[in-house]
Write a protein that binds this ligand. Structure first.
Ligand code: PEP
Ligand code: MN
Length: 333
């Protein structure tokens, strides 16, 4: 049950009255304000009319609300180390290599991201790979290389958490935790990542419906994530001409109707560098609040996803062609 309030200042008094009736409540916060109280399902049974009669209550919603915490965040951007992603902020550039391969490689990539006006450095220390024989990342040491490279370049860090046992070490090094496409519905992992109390970049499962994606975000918020930025990275389709099928309808829906923070990863969508810039421009046109783009100082030597990695010069070209240059949110070009 959701109890909406006439005014945010009524929250504590109404919550106390509800508690006296045996109802357990939690505050649902929108931008710095409590506009509603969630009554937990394990509470006592009380007639809605008795709740409506409490001074300060504006309405009582008894129909099940699928993702109340997420709904309460509509229109609220996510803060990542001083950088704002979402409604009302300029689009951000998040970029870096597919895999963190060495201290030098990631440091060079970080300088390229900074030069292109980026604000967050990405790069996998733990890589989900389809084949057990593919490079699966350097693991823990790569977290330190990533952090050092980002600090030296003046960038924040986002990186993927592949397993529950790595949450603490990734959270100690990163400003934002990434849930990979293959793990969007790994619910125990979502809960563990949420408990780290950080902002999360939630990639869409490659065969997930939008509602499943929203519910995955609700799992993160229930367990303590400070915010969720959705990342569309393409769906599995019948056509192998591109690696995945970029769903810009979902981006337009989340950005403009749900008013939730959403970014687009044209690199994993296209799987080929020649389509990244046009897809990125389309993403910004659809309302995306940023781009996640793979780059590598020497793409032909990349240990993973080299075919879709932009070199430093192409990354600057992409930022310019998407108007992310000097006006980029938090960036420095
Ligand atoms: C990644 O961004 O490093 C990645 C593995 O992407 P995805 O989970 O979208 O496949
Ligand atoms: Mn990749």
């Amino acid at each position: 049950m959701i109890v909406t309030l006439k005014h945010p200042t009524d929250a504590d008094r109404v919550a106390a009255r509800l508690q006296a009736l045996g109802l357990w409540t939690e505050k649902l916060k929108s931008e710095a304000e409590t506009r509603a109280l969630l009554v937990r399902s394990d509470s006592a049974q009380v007639e809605p009319a008795a709740i409506e009669a409490i001074e300060g209550v504006s309405a009582v919603w008894t129909a099940p609300v699928a993702h109340p915490r997420l709904d309460a965040l509509a229109g609220t951007p996510v803060e990542v180390r001083g950088c704002t992603i979402g409604h009302g902020a300029l689009p951000v550039l998040i970029s870096g290599p597919c895999s963190v391969e060495s201290p030098d490689q990631v440091a060079e990539a970080a300088r390229a991201v900074k030069a292109a006006g980026g604000v967050l450095l990405r790069g996998g220390a733990f890589k989900p790979r389809t084949s057990p024989y593919s490079f699966s990342g350097h693991g823990s040491p790569a977290l330190g290389w990533l952090r050092e490279a980002a600090d030296a370049a003046g960038l924040a860090v986002v990186t993927e958490v592949l397993s529950e046992q790595d949450v603490d070490s990734v959270a100690a090094h990163a400003d934002m935790l990434q849930v990979g496409s293959r793990n969007m519905q790994s619910f125990a992992l979502l809960r563990a990542i949420g408990r780290a109390g950080k902002p999360v970049l939630l990639k869409r499962g490659m065969a997930a419906t939008i509602e499943e994606w929203l519910l995955a975000a609700e799992h993160l918020l229930v367990s303590g994530a400070t915010g969720v930025v959705f990342c569309e990275r393409g769906l599995r389709s019948f056509d192998p001409s591109t690696r995945n099928l970029l769903d810009l309808g979902a981006v337009a829906l989340l950005a403009n109707v749900h008013r939730l923070p959403v970014v687009v990863d044209p690199s994993h969508a296209a799987g080929r560098k020649d389509l990244i810039a046009p897809l990125a421009r389309a993403a910004i046109g659809a309302g995306a609040h940023g781009l996640v783009v793979e780059c590598h100082p020497h793409p032909s030597q990349a240990k993973s996803d080299g075919a879709q990695a932009l070199d430093p010069e192409a990354l600057v070209g992409l930022a310019d062609s998407c108007n992310l240059g000097s006006t980029v949110n938090g960036g420095s070009r």
